[in-house]
Ligand binder design. Sequence first.
Ligand code: ATP
Length: 448
Amino acid sequence: MDAQSPNSFEPNKYVSLEKLVSLCKRRGFIFQSAEIYGGVNGLYDSGPLGTLMKQHIRKLWGQALQQLEQEVVLLDGSLIGPEAMWKASGHISNFHDPMVDCLVCKHRFRADDIDLTRPCTHCGNKQWTEVRNFNLMFTTQVGANTGQSTTAYLRPETAQAIFVNFKNVFSTARVKIPFGIAQQGKAFRNEITPKQFLFRMREFEQMELEWFCKPTESAYFYDFWRKKRMDFMYHIGITPERLRMREHSPDELSHYSRGTSDIEYHFVFGWKELEGIAHRGDFDLTQHMQHSGKDLKVYDEEAKESYTPHVVECSVGLDRLFLTLLFDAYYEDEVEGETRTVLRLHPAVAPITAAILPLTKKQHDKAHILYKKLKFAHYSVEYDLSGSIGKRYRRQDEIGTPFCITFDFDSETDDSVTIRHRDSMKQERIKIDDIQKTIDAALSVSFS
Ligand code: ATP
């Protein structure tokens, strides 16, 4: 599919944000943080199913980077960074959003989110403050002694730890340019108006790749990563027609960027950025060289000279991708006069891969042996003995479990079970010994 094309695609008609939020809470995907104390805007906790699903997404992201010719190595940087680092990166002077307040109701808005020629959507008056810049970084103090502590910041992106460690990694990891440093971890932004559930949060997780290459090859790798990252989205099962690549116009580009493209998804609230791919040139390494006085150049054996590598960055929010996958997978089918809610998640993404369902207590022993076998072999499985089989199927459909494995009266003697496929609802009889093979085939994803 041409990644540039579809603009007119309808969003998933079955799901509203409210429905998704309610499903996430009802089934234990996502909870509001500190809900019993009233919660905090923009902060969320992952429940048991959300945590499993996020683990699966992280794993797939890592797998995609390992299935490359070139090396990608990992880093796990600290969450707090010194002021000097954020000065060098440009975050202290540039990492802000325009903010405006309603003078009457005191409601605060992101100025680029609203039309200032119109009344306040909260109270209906039209009296605005001046538009000011609001820095999105959370400040903290490091050190216990009052007066001797220093100001530091919670990282608003994971990338800077990669840049400042570039030389450490290059000299210890036995890598050659081009290569990548990848990192998954929390980032913090004091967003003016967190909204749309997990779309804009104040604490979220990023999965970032910084790709270091020769300046002469950076244009090639910018294109290479645009394609690779879009393919990733297809491979993990996102509907291609709801994805597009949008290249930033020159006046939209960040100060450091020589080219940026967003992979956008068509949410119910419109086309929105899911992942950013940016050609950052030598901006970051040069800034850190200038501010730290340390040499971050590499030596080119062939040209017999040192140079500053160029960087292509691929940055996606884990929570935003998680939200996208849920939006994309949510369907409501009419089955025998009833509505069946089903998450058509890729099996490798689904929080639970298989549910083991004995028809009655009589099949418990045998069914539980299979459950333990799969669980100990690190499959994500659930065991459910209570309620009618129809209700148990519906529950698994709603959390996106691709396989329901039912032990019935015949299973006691024929070593076979019924396997029910989530999307088609088709049931087939299969030998217990063949289950792992069936699951493995569904779980395998090739990114090459
Ligand atoms: P936006 O324009 O949506 O604010 P951005 O351009 O500031 O995003 P980047 O700094 O490029 O975002 O961050 C990379 C990725 O991190 C984004 O594509 C998104 O997936 C994720 N991300 C950024 N901010 C948030 C947030 N507040 N909540 C959740 N995910 C976020």
